[in-house]
Ligand binder design. Structure first.
Ligand code: NAG
Length: 394
């Protein structure tokens, strides 16, 4: 599928506008950089080679201690996460904690065994600062020589085991968001100078500018024209543990945005987010198939049409399966998009499969699959081929 198909005609306009803007931004940005003197120490990201077991989805990945998991009944007690302070003092953690950069983070989680998940970058960047051990009654996580980059969510999953078969008890997971306020870095550094983010119609979009300190004041800015973006809490909201969320993206949200954090005398910009608006359909297409006739005589022409009525500027891709494929009949299709009148702006996308001079091999099932960004749906119809009708009397 050609890439441009991903964007409707509007999307393409936005995209080209973005590209032009991007060049302007680069120029503007170079000047800004010299003023703000932004440093981004290497925080290795996205260079992950899965090491420990199978990691399922994106986000923080699970880390198991190397100790062998033994068969143990699930702990009856409620999961408990505590922070070990110096001199063996314990403190039950709340939703968030702050740890001075350079200090050691030590967490204990009751259960045997437990599994931990840590910010992705820590998992990937195995520099020996993170240590996970399983004790008799609890799991312990220790992170030394901490930096602002370690800011993120730390989760403990108690494991339920039967023999050597263990699974995470997701409903008993306990998490804590740990800030490592860094006097030099207000934002958790990323390796990318800018990040391209798709704005999908009606899908919340996150601008993940993560601050290292819960005290930082964070604002959202558009690069061109240079304005501060209003954050009203409903259209756009801010969460100190995530960043900014655009709840119902619209085309006008597209463009280059960045966050600014200030704390004390320090004021820093985040990575730039290039927001590209994609007309994202609400649902997979619902195609309708129809043959010009369910019974065609040898030598006649057959037309099978497949049409989808849907939201405007949503690209539908059609694929066909038909009996003639087996003998290598090339697909001969004609595609069109026509607007449909009515209240909601809709369009009809259609693909017509044309079979010239039908032969016996063309008898069978014709299947059309219509696909958009949300999914695919297939519909079929059968066509019978009958012998040539006798020439009629003139
Ligand atoms: C932590 O920092 C100290 C002092 O810079 C260093 O000697 C030590 O090796 C570091 N530990 C780890 C595990 O990186």
């Amino acid at each position: 599928m050609p890439l441009v198909n991903l964007f409707g005609s509007k999307g393409r306009l936005v995209l080209s506008a973005l590209l032009i803007c991007a060049i302007i931004f680069e120029l503007a940005h170079c000047q800004k950089d010299t003023q703000e003197q932004r440093t981004t120490p290497g925080r290795k990201l996205k260079t992950s080679k899965p090491k420990l077991g199978k990691s399922t989805n994106k986000g923080p990945r699970a880390v198991t201690s190397k100790s062998k998991l033994k068969a143990t009944p699930a702990p009856a007690a409620q999961t408990l996460l505590t922070q070990v302070l110096n001199r063996g003092k314990f403190k039950k953690v709340g939703e968030t904690i702050s740890v001075q950069t350079g200090d050691t983070l030590e967490l204990r989680c009751r259960g045997k065994p437990v599994q931990w998940s840590v910010p992705t970058y820590l998992e990937d960047d195995d520099d020996g600062r993170l240590r996970i051990v399983q004790q008799d009654r609890y799991g312990a996580l220790t992170l030394v020589n901490t930096t602002g980059a370690d800011t993120g969510e730390y989760t403990c999953y108690p494991m339920y085991c039967e023999d050597s078969d263990c699974r995470k008890e997701y409903d008993k997971a306990v998490k804590v968001f740990v800030f490592f306020p860094d006097p030099q870095e207000l934002f958790v550094p990323t390796s990318d100078y800018y990040e391209v983010i798709q704005l999908r119609t009606n899908w919340p979009t996150l601008l993940p500018c993560q601050v290292t300190s819960p005290e930082a004041k964070v604002t959202l800015h558009r690069e061109y024209p240079p304005v501060e973006v209003a954050v009203d809490g409903s259209e756009i909201s801010f969460n100190v543990r995530k960043g900014f969320t655009i709840h119902r993206p619209r085309p006008y949200h597209a463009g280059a945005l960045y966050c600014v954090a200030s704390l004390g005398n320090l004021r820093q910009s985040s990575t730039k987010y290039m927001l590209i608006y994609v007309n994202y359909p609400m649902a997979p297409p619902a195609p309708v198939i129809q043959a010009s006739s369910s019974s065609v005589a040898v030598g006649e022409n057959l037309r099978v049409s497949c049409s989808v009525v849907g939201e405007q500027d949503v690209v539908i891709e059609f694929t066909w399966d038909y009996p003639g494929q087996e003998i290598g009949r090339p697909p001969y299709t004609k595609e069109s998009v026509t607007p449909v009148g009515g209240g909601e702006a809709q369009q009809q996308s259609q693909s017509v499969l044309l079979v010239d001079e039908v032969r016996d091999v063309d008898q069978g099932t014709y299947t059309c699959t219509a696909q958009n960004l949300q999914g695919a749906k297939s519909v079929s119809t059968t066509v019978k081929v009958v012998p040539k009708s006798k020439p009629r009397k003139p």
